[in-house]
Design a protein. Structure first.
Length: 100
């Protein structure tokens, strides 16, 4: 029972810490391994591109204007696209066909 209580406490603390966003500056949009916990006033993750230079980090909703890609959710300004690739779908289909 004590283990269950400790688990609930840890989940509550992690939820209270706030939004997490990728944070980096560089010429490549996909190479951003660092993340940060946003302050209470920063409620969106953002990506800004200026002259082939990307800047990712936390931002207040009032500053989400044209030219700034804002999103709301942990690590939503992701460094790597999360969608499935066509190649992955074809390979998995081929494997299923061979073994079924």
């Amino acid at each position: 029972m004590q283990l269950y209580g400790a688990l609930v406490l840890l989940v509550t603390l992690s939820a209270a810490l706030g939004l997490k966003c990728y944070q980096c500056t560089g010429s490549k949009t996909r190479s951003c391994p660092d993340s940060t916990t946003c302050s209470a006033s920063e409620d969106h993750c953002a990506t800004v591109k200026v002259n082939n230079l990307y800047n990712k980090g936390c931002l207040n909703n009032a500053l989400c204007v044209q030219g700034v890609d804002c999103c709301k959710g942990d690590l939503c300004n992701g460094a790597i696209p999360t969608g499935s690739s066509v190649l992955l779908l074809l390979v998995s289909s081929a494997i299923m066909t061979v073994f079924l």
